[in-house]
Design a protein around this ligand. Structure first.
Ligand code: KG4
Ligand code: ZN
Length: 333
């Protein structure tokens, strides 16, 4: 079964062709990052316009690379939320037009589920149930995935998403947007024990996260050191901040996995590309007898292949949208 997938929820215009939910025949990603970088974040109106300019060409490229034509597609899978409303509308309207013109089924999928499903592409043996940590620029969730279509939300951020905290701290350190990858790199050269930043576990009953206090603590530290005229060692700030985030993410993921007797932890979303997070998860996983899964770096950040996988698993489990499907910028998991 061939799925044509379209993703335009934020600043990547992406189209992919997926065979039977797990095999990528093409995954074309056109990133707008360079355009938004000078504004220090994504500008919604610019994002929508850029999607419109290139979506048709990106879809054609994904078909060409997969060596198929429109007539070969069995299903259209498209992100319907969460995301920027104008950006989502470009992808959904295009998908609807194609489904109508080709007379094939359409499925509108949840972007966050897409991040989870990226793992099915890279790990052909991976099957639910498993514990899943989803950490991206817009979201931080702890989810127990009971089946391909049953996502049980157990914890979420009460303020900033993990990736957002990385980006805000990076900005304060004068690093480019998005800052996560830069902090990751600098952290390797710094001393993670040099600055004592808070670990916000909230209380031990909840699986929720909170990162805004940590972000403020880093900003206060930078201001105080500047006022004192002290030199700021960027590598040490990056390493100490990152470790404070990871202690909470890893600690809560393992607590949930153990409470559900889960022998698998899956990481998903842009922050799953973080090497410190991957290493810490794997080290603890070996000690606790829990297997760790994460996608290749290109499938961690936004891409259409993961949307193709998510749409396929929804469809073969009996779910389908119709041409009345609408975007939902605030769609939850
Ligand atoms: O999943 P994604 O592409 O977009 C959303 O759906 O939000 O995630 C982007 C986020 C950004 O905040 C970026 O800084 C973060 O993922 N990120 C990282 C790394 N690579 C990307 N954060 C930490 N370490 C990384 N290596
Ligand atoms: Zn995303």
């Amino acid at each position: 079964m061939l799925t044509l997938a379209i993703e335009t929820s934020c600043d990547e215009t992406s189209s992919a062709v997926i065979k039977d939910g797990r095999e990528v025949l093409s995954n074309i990603i056109s990133s707008q990052i360079e355009i938004h970088r000078k504004f220090g974040g994504v500008v919604p109106e610019i994002a929508s316009r850029k999607h419109i300019e290139c979506i048709n060409q990106i879809i054609q490229e994904s078909l060409d690379e997969a060596k198929i034509g429109f007539k070969d597609i069995d299903l259209i899978s498209v992100t319907r939320g969460p995301g920027l409303v104008g950006a989502l509308l470009v992808g959904l309207s295009t998908a609807k037009a194609l489904a109508y013109g080709l007379n094939i089924p359409i499925i509108g999928v949840n972007h966050i589920e897409g991040h989870v499903c990226a793992n099915y592409i890279d790990h052909k043996d991976l099957k639910p149930p498993f514990t899943c940590l989803i950490v991206s620029g817009g979201h931080s969730y702890l989810v127990q995935v009971n089946s391909y279509v049953d996502y049980e939300l157990v914890g979420r951020t009460r303020d900033d998403a993990a990736g957002e905290a990385f980006d805000k701290v990076a900005r304060a350190l004068g690093l480019p947007y998005p800052g996560g990858p830069f902090i990751d790199k600098l952290a390797k050269q710094g001393n993670k024990d040099s600055i004592e930043f808070p670990r916000v576990f909230l209380d031990d009953k909840t699986y929720d996260f909170s990162f805004s206090g940590l972000k403020t603590a880093v900003l206060n530290y930078l201001n105080q050191e500047k006022q004192k005229g002290n030199e700021i060692i960027v590598e040490d700030v990056a390493a100490s901040f990152q470790q404070a985030v990871l202690d909470v993410l890893v600690g809560k993921s393992f607590r949930l996995a153990k409470s559900r007797k889960s022998d698998k932890i899956v990481i998903a979303g842009g922050v799953a590309a973080n090497e410190g997070l991957r290493n810490m998860m794997e080290k603890k996983g070996k000690m606790e007898g829990i297997k760790i899964y994460y996608p290749s770096k290109i499938l961690c950040t936004d891409n259409a292949a993961m949307i193709g996988a998510a749409g396929y698993f929804q469809y073969i489990n009996g779910n389908e949208s119709d041409l009345g499907v609408s975007v939902n910028p605030n769609l939850d998991i």
